[in-house]
Design a protein around this ligand. Structure first.
Ligand code: ADP
Length: 406
């Protein structure tokens, strides 16, 4: 049985949300894709917004509905859409998963074992998998891990300089996230560059994935060699509500001097910091760029810190690459915020990145393009819309083609 010839249902379960998309084997415009989102699950405000099999938009209130109930309601509206496999996003695969995996009892147990590393995400991902296993016991299902792409990091990049037993006994190390997106956009940049027939590679890319969560990655010859996130998605860049890197002495200082609990500090660093904490206004970059244009001091500061720390991270990751061919911006901010690209690139001219201001402003939303000043630089600057759902579907098909159903 061939799985490459029909659609894959892609499921991405968060703790109170569920995103889904049907990815056909033939390429269609993103706007024609049947996809949707269930949010506020488990609360009275739970609702689903999506598209039916006929492509009509619908909103459905499902007060108190959980992941399984949302999924059933979604599937009712998708009747008539054939899909032959299901691909699940799973956030943390620990060291166990270096590639996507066909879901069976052993894979479920291994995902459950990594739960201490991702206590919010992995249980939600497992809930989604268990729901679809119940609803579609005969369909092949595949788990695609955010961490898997970064399992090629060399040890000197993934070790923390802490007592060795932290790693050998407790697996405290850098794992990295957003791997599906970093893989997708770096592969696309490589194939677009190969099409130009100017070089046959291998290529070295610096990637900035800038959404609500943000991370950088150094990719050489298709492999991740370093990335900014670590054991958890808190490490690295300034994000919507996460602090990114801070002095590791700060939590102990706060506990000692103010008596704050580690649980409280963890919440402050994950949910009240980043762009939101700095600006005192919003975690949303669109709101901040608008407010900064009106002179809001907090928004101006948040944007300055965000871009400076992003440039610093990209410069640091350049150490991982034998050669730099280009930089790729992706994610909601990377794809849509010319101001952020411009401010960041202004700090990276010493690495040979020179922006074409006009191209930066005129790149239309949702399209891939190059925005470097062609006359003055050997380094490409790409804006590439990420598509994690398409990547999960492609990995699902590839795995099932390589090991078909018995
Ligand atoms: P997620 O990580 O949840 O997938 P996205 O990749 O959609 O998030 O990115 C969300 C971020 O992108 C938000 O900060 C949002 O404000 C920002 N964003 C989207 N469009 C724009 C825009 N036109 N200008 C600035 N920021 C934008």
């Amino acid at each position: 049985m061939s799985h490459a010839s029909s659609a894959v249902l892609v499921i991405n379960c968060g703790s109170s949300s569920l995103k889904y998309a049907v990815i056909p084997s033939e390429s269609i415009p993103r706007s024609a894709r049947i996809e949707g989102l269930a949010e506020a699950l488990g609360t009275p405000a739970a609702r689903i917004k999506g598209k039916t099999a006929q492509g009509e938009a619908f909103t459905l209130e499902v007060p108190g509905g959980d992941h399984a109930q949302a999924l059933e309601a979604i599937l009712q509206r998708m009747e008539g859409i054939p899909f032959s496999a299901i691909g699940h996003r799973v956030v943390h695969g620990g060291e166990h998963f270096t590639h996507a995996a066909r879901i069976d009892a052993a894979v479920l147990a291994a995902i459950a074992q990594t739960t201490p590393l991702a206590p919010l995400h992995n249980p939600a991902n497992l809930t989604g998998i268990q729901s679809t296993l119940r609803l579609f016991p005969d369909l092949p299902q595949v788990a695609v891990f955010d961490t898997a792409f970064h399992q090629t990091l060399p040890e000197h990049a993934w070790r923390y300089a802490v007592p060795a037993g932290w790693y050998t006994e407790h697996r405290i190390r850098r794992y990295g996230f957003h791997g599906t997106s970093h893989r997708y956009v770096s592969q696309l940049a490589t194939s677009l560059t190969l099409n130009e027939n100017v070089s046959t590679g291998p290529f070295g890319w610096l990637v900035a994935h800038l959404g609500n969560g943000c991370s950088t990655c150094a990719v050489w010859d298709g492999k991740s060699l370093d990335t900014s996130m670590g054991l958890t998605p808190l490490e690295g860049l300034v994000m919507g509500t996460r602090s990114g890197d801070i002095d590791p002495g700060i939590p102990a200082h706060l506990q000692r001097t103010l008596g704050w609990s580690l649980a409280d500090i963890d919440i402050q660093l994950n949910r009240h910091s980043g762009l939101l904490g700095l600006s005192g206004l919003s975690n949303d970059m669109r709101t901040l760029t608008e407010a900064a244009a009106q002179g809001h001091a907090g928004a101006v500061l948040a944007i300055e810190v965000f871009c400076y720390r992003l440039a610093k991270s990209l410069a640091a990751l350049s150490c991982a690459l034998p050669e730099i061919h280009g930089l790729i911006f992706t994610g909601g901010i990377g794809e849509n915020a010319p101001l952020i690209r411009e401010k960041t690139l202004r700090l990276l001219s010493h690495l040979g990145f020179h922006l074409d201001a006009q191209a930066n402003l005129s790149l239309s939303r949702g399209s891939a393009g190059r925005i470097e000043l062609a006359s003055s630089t050997p380094r490409a600057i790409w804006v590439i819309p990420t598509d994690e759902e398409a990547q999960i579907a492609a990995e699902t098909c590839a795995l099932l083609e390589a090991s078909p159903l018995h």
